[in-house]
Design a protein around this ligand. Structure first.
Ligand code: ZN
Length: 617
């Protein structure tokens, strides 16, 4: 009798055990959790299609044995058990959390994310000895440090115990977000106004905080403990507890909850402090939406009084509340990431981000039935964050201006490629060994968004050629329409990236758009801006048929642009001068630095390792 053979199928998801927060809470119940990531074939490392964990210990100059997550014994138990003592578990945890962050970005943006030139982002769990961790764009790597806890005031840790930053979900998620923000908006690495570095930091904290709410057991526990008041100080709303305690701060590194103060924002310069205003504004929006969503549950549970009785809450009620909390958190996080496609390519401000949030959400979900968009606007208003060039904080005023009657966007060729890309969407990206050569600036210049498509090995070469052609068409279009973009027609315009967007609205409608970014710069401003050129640019959002809908512009001064744009360009220059002056006032090295330091003093702030020193970032 013939034997029946079934096709071999691979599960879609891979469960992996991790610490829910970090090892400090390890003894507390529920701190060991399983997170699920998309299943992909993994070589020892883990070495996947987009990230490569490389366990080189810089302090001891050695490699640790790489974990093989595809090994049957490890597969069967959902990865290795959480432990501080086995470097292979450290590798597993870094991989799992990193992939979770990538997945959140892909879900929100509606496209596959790969790194420049299809290279893998390298993650070094034990890169150096030191209380820090940072993303290095030149190496395309995240370097995690390890260090000994304070001997005198280590909080709940043992005095002098070794602390691994690679075992903190928050630290991994925060650094991964830096890498992804850098992927999506590379020029946000240049501090051209106070908000730019603060945006990087605040956004990285937002992603880390909201990932807490995807852990059901912890969420239920904290809802019971706080009687559903999720603003209470628990690890849910705090960042990097162990790191904060072991470095002698006596508390978590940062928190998402503040006392809204409309005056504070104006005075904050330090990127993490300023960024925390963004975190608090978004968290406020989350909390208000969550409260609205659980109000009926509480009424039902309390016979209409809305006052919860003393004692433990009923587990069924806790379950339902936890469901609403995690649904709302995921919706807010998705909204925050989705806004990226509506951000300018350079010189971002918190006000721009608010406008991008409102526009992106409006496009997909015009009715805003739960009032999430209104809650976001209120969160920003309460903290004194206002966009420039808007007359009010009404939703209509915050939407980016719709463009009319502009020359058709050259999408035809792009649309064909897009179809090719979509067909390849679920296949794996090309495999290549991780290299250690830094990404040169020249590489970046040639990098034109091919990574936003996922092509198979065979198709990649052809796709590169085709995409080059699209870039040329887009560049020509930009020159013809320079005035509308706020750019100079006689100066080189770079096509920084372009990609299609596919999104499904809550009502199930598919939204397809084309997004492209153009930039231009003027080197003559470098001396007065501390080594940074003046940059202008525009993000163009077009319909699938090529009708230009939004131009989100940071204009360059030019006699060819409108008076309104000219005014904005001049304002940006003044703001950047003022920013440089502010940095100088706070710079202790200004009097000591040599000529080279002076010429590049602002440009060198683009280095995350420097910016993050001592405070972890
Ligand atoms: Zn940071």
């Amino acid at each position: 009798m013939p034997k029946l053979t079934l096709p071999e199928s691979q599960p879609d998801r891979r469960p992996l055990q991790v610490f829910a927060f970090d090892p400090m809470l390890g003894r507390a119940a529920g701190n060991r959790v399983v997170i699920e990531v998309a299943n992909e074939r993994l070589d020892p490392g883990p070495l996947g299609s987009r990230v490569a964990v490389v366990d080189y210990d810089g302090a001891n100059d050695c490699y640790y044995q790489p974990v093989n997550l595809d090994q049957p014994a490890i597969l069967m138990q959902g990865g290795l058990e959480p432990t501080e003592s086995d470097p292979r578990f450290h590798q597993q945890m870094v991989y799992a959390v990193a992939m979770k962050v990538i997945e959140n970005f892909e879900l929100a943006l509606g496209r596959r994310i790969t790194f420049r030139r299809n290279r893998r982002l390298r993650l070094l769990p034990h890169a150096f000895r030191g209380a820090n961790a940072f993303y290095d764009p030149k190496l395309l790597a995240i370097l995690f440090g390890y260090f000994r806890a304070e001997r005198t005031d280590p909080g709940p840790n043992l005095p002098g115990q070794t602390v691994f930053t690679c075992l903190s979900q928050d630290i991994i998620a925060h650094e991964m977000t830096h890498a992804l923000v850098d992927r999506l908006r590379h020029l946000f690495i240049e501090p051209s106004n106070r908000d730019v570095p603060a945006f990087h930091e605040g956004f990285a904290d937002i992603v880390a905080i909201f990932q807490h709410f995807s852990l059901p057991a912890i969420l239920r526990d904290k809802i019971q403990e706080t009687r559903a008041d999720l603003r209470s100080p628990t690890p849910l709303v705090q960042l990097a507890q162990q790191f904060g305690y072991t470095t002698g701060q006596g508390e978590a590194l940062r928190t998402a909850v503040d006392k809204a103060n409309p005056k504070l924002f104006e005075t904050l310069d330090e990127p993490h402090e300023r960024g925390s205003v963004l975190v608090a504004a978004v968290f406020d929006a989350f909390f208000n939406t969550y409260q609205k969503r659980i109000r009926d549950l509480i009424r039902i549970a309390t016979g209409g009084t809305g006052r919860l009785p003393d004692g433990d809450l009923h587990p069924d009620l806790v379950n339902r509340i936890a469901g609403e909390a995690s649904r709302t958190a995921q919706a807010i996080l998705t909204m925050c990431i989705r806004a990226f496609d509506y951000l300018p390519p350079v010189d971002v401000t918190f006000g721009d981000y608010l406008r991008a949030l409102v526009t992106a959400d409006f496009e997909l979900n015009p009715l805003d039935e739960v009032g999430m968009r209104a809650a976001v606007i209120e969160g920003f208003r309460a903290r004194g964050v206002y966009p420039e060039n808007v007359v009010s904080l009404a939703e209509e005023a915050l939407l980016w201006d719709l463009t009319e009657n502009l020359e058709q966007f050259p999408v035809e060729h792009l649309a064909n490629l897009m179809l090719a890309g979509a067909q390849q969407y679920s296949r794996s990206a090309p495999q290549e060994p991780p290299t250690s050569s830094p990404v040169s600036d020249e590489d970046r210049d040639r990098d034109i968004g091919v990574e936003h498509f996922a092509f198979s090995d065979m198709a990649l070469e052809q796709a590169q050629t085709d995409l080059g052609e699209v870039a040329v068409q887009l560049g020509d279009w930009a020159v013809r329409n320079a005035a509308e973009l706020g750019l100079r027609p006689n100066v080189k315009i770079r096509v920084l990236g372009f990609h299609p967007v596919f999104r499904v609205s809550p009502k199930g409608q598919l939204l397809v758009e084309m997004v492209a970014q153009f930039t231009q710069h003027d080197e003559s401003y470098k001396p007065q801006f501390g080594g940074i050129p003046l940059r202008g640019g525009a993000t163009v959002v077009a319909s699938a048929e090529g009708r230009v809908r939004y131009i989100i512009s940071k204009p360059m001064p030019s006699p060819t642009i409108s008076a309104e744009k000219q005014k904005q360009a001049n304002f940006r220059i003044e703001r950047q001068k003022e920013f440089v002056a502010r940095c100088d006032r706070a710079d202790p090295f200004l009097a000591w630095g040599d000529d080279n330091y002076l010429a590049n003093r602002i440009a060198q702030k683009t280095n995350f390792a420097v910016m993050h020193q001592g405070v972890l970032r």
